[in-house]
Design a protein around this ligand. Structure first.
Ligand code: FAD
Length: 502
């Protein structure tokens, strides 16, 4: 077994949004940081979300005012930090008698507009669905709707860009590296990591460990730390279906089902509509999940009560499921369990400190990292100050309202790319699209064509800069080209990547 000779300040377990967000914040304050992810970055819950940066209108019903306010405030902060992968989205909430009373919705939306520091996001308005385009795909009996603002996020890329920025600032980020043991001493931890491809083991020493393993947080406590009392999170599965596009406009729908649960129908990757989610308690390994027939029926039936054209199984092009690692607050129903995060310190007086994360949302990851840094500073001594609010993520160094300008500038510089590819590159890489294209003067210069507009130059960029190893990393997390590539194209890409790995 090899050993890293350095003693790091902080060792982070887990390359989801929380682990990467903490690593970035910590290294930017001057701490030395080592992060280990057992699979790919964002391969856990962080790429399976509904992809909303949102206050969470329904959490107001559970009096989660602290969480909603913090989340609302984050919308514009995150949008400015990464305007390529985060952008405003308007939500149409059709109103009918079977749902929550109109006064309650009005009150919720009033709070939404006024407690969250909204500056550039447009305010709530009332729509007449008989004349507004948003009414067209909906059943005729729906006449009125509320329209409000939240933001959309490319969740998997938010994780990778936090990791990239952390690494650019000096953090060690290792993927395919599973923490198999963590031995605690009086002042330091000795962590054993296993390379999940080669099986090789390495030891790393650190002063403090952050357990950001999401749905595996209790498994890490049990398996790597030898605890037998770890039952902190409630695992709640949520599934989505991706169907052929159900409406032409760019707004999303917020629907309420007959059981009172809400779900969304969102424009997705140009040609598709994303519908979800469900809430089902999950028992067992968090990585071993799939959408059930019952969930598919639930989502198809729910959407069909609103759309004129029913949503059927034949419309489905892809499904995905994720596990919410919710802090177990003893709520009776899965959808009632708190979405707030809980940070629990362990040790630190006479033994090296461990800080566990239970729960949390993508929306609040930056604030969670700041709270975690306060706990770290109390244990390791202060090294810097909160800094992430105004600091753009890689490729996001352009005005929040300047997306179209970016696309136009890229198309002017590289006319051979065409508008569609320019848009795709700017949405994924922002100003770094130029680095990807490099000195290419034609599509041929971008190298081998893997289909669906994926060229070798992009593959190489992702391998060299974004820890991509397999075809799935590239087709489902760094991009969503998996939706438009064939089985043969995916196999070809995998063969190319394994040959490149040697
Ligand atoms: P994860 O992303 O799961 O990261 C944990 C990582 O730890 C994993 O990558 C895992 O591989 C790694 N790991 C585990 N064990 C080890 C080990 N031993 N060694 C090394 N690495 C290890 N939030 C929002 O804000 N907006 C939404 O719209 C939204 N929608 C959601 C919809 C669904 C269906 C679900 C499930 C969640 C949704 N969320 C949403 C919540 C959000 O996705 C999660 O709270 C967030 O992604 C959790 O991030 P994390 O970093 O804690 O966990």
């Amino acid at each position: 077994m090899s050993a890293d000779p350095k003693c790091y300040d902080i060792f982070v377990i887990g390359g989801g949004i929380n682990g990467c967000g903490i690593a970035r914040d910590a290294v930017g304050r001057g701490y030395s940081v080592y992060l280990a992810e057992m699979n790919d970055l964002a391969s856990g819950t962080s790429s399976w979300s509904t992809k909303l940066i949102h206050g969470g209108l329904r959490y107001l019903e559970y009096y989660e005012f602290r969480l909603v306010r913090e989340a609302l405030m984050e919308r514009e902060v995150l949008w400015r930090m990464a305007p390529h992968i985060i952008w405003p989205l308007r939500f149409v909430l059709p109103y009918h008698k079977g749902m929550r009373p109109a006064w309650l919705l009005r009150l919720g939306l009033f709070l939404y507009d006024h407690i969250g520091g909204r500056k550039d996001l447009p305010a709530t308005r009332v729509l007449d669905l008989r004349s507004d385009e948003a009414g067209k795909p909906l059943k005729r009996e729906l006449k009125k709707a509320f329209e409000y603002s939240d933001c959309w996020v490319n969740d998997a890329r938010l994780v990778v860009l936090n990791a990239r920025d952390a690494a650019d600032r000096g953090a060690i980020v290792k993927t395919r590296s599973k923490v198999v043991a963590a031995d605690r001493g009086a002042d330091t931890w000795t962590i054993t990591i296993e390379d999940t491809i080669s099986g090789a083991r390495e030891q790393v020493v650190a002063k403090l460990v952050v357990n950001a393993a999401g749905p595996w947080v209790d498994a890490v406590l049990t398996d790597a730390l030898g605890r037998n009392d770890a039952r902190n999170v409630r695992l709640v599965k949520g599934s989505h279906i991706v169907v052929t596009r159900k409406f032409a406009h760019e707004r999303a729908y917020f629907f309420q089902n007959a059981d009172g649960r809400i779900f969304f129908a969102i424009p997705y990757e140009g040609d598709f509509t994303l519908i979800g989610t469900t809430d089902q308690d999950h028992d067992g390994e968090p990585g071993d999940i799939d959408i059930s027939d019952e969930e598919i029926d639930y989502l198809c039936e729910g959407a069909s009560t609103y759309f004129v054209e029913p949503v059927t199984r034949d419309d489905i092009v892809w499904t995905y499921s994720g596990i919410r690692p919710l802090y177990d607050d003893g709520a009776s129903k899965a959808q009632e369990a708190t979405r707030d995060y809980v940070l629990k310190p362990d040790g630190g007086e006479t033994s090296a400190p461990l800080l566990n994360i239970f729960g949390g949302k993508i929306t609040t990851y930056r604030r969670l990292a700041e709270s975690m840094l306060s706990l770290i500073e109390a244990r390791l001594g202060r090294k810097g100050r909160p800094w992430t609010a105004g600091a753009t993520l890689p490729g996001g160094d352009f005005s929040a309202l300047g997306y179209c300008e970016q696309v136009r500038a890229l198309a002017a510089e590289f006319p051979f790319l065409g508008d569609k590819l320019c848009e795709r590159y700017v949405r994924l890489y922002g100003t770094l699209a130029r680095r990807l294209v490099g000195s290419a003067a034609s599509l041929e210069d971008l190298g081998r064509d893997f289909g669906a507009s994926l060229y070798e130059a992009e593959v190489r960029y992702l391998v060299e800069n974004e820890w991509a190893v397999t075809a799935d990393d590239i087709l489902w997390r760094r991009t969503k080209l998996g939706l438009t590539t064939s089985k043969e194209q995916r196999a070809e890409l995998d063969a190319y990547l394994s040959q490149a790995r040697g």
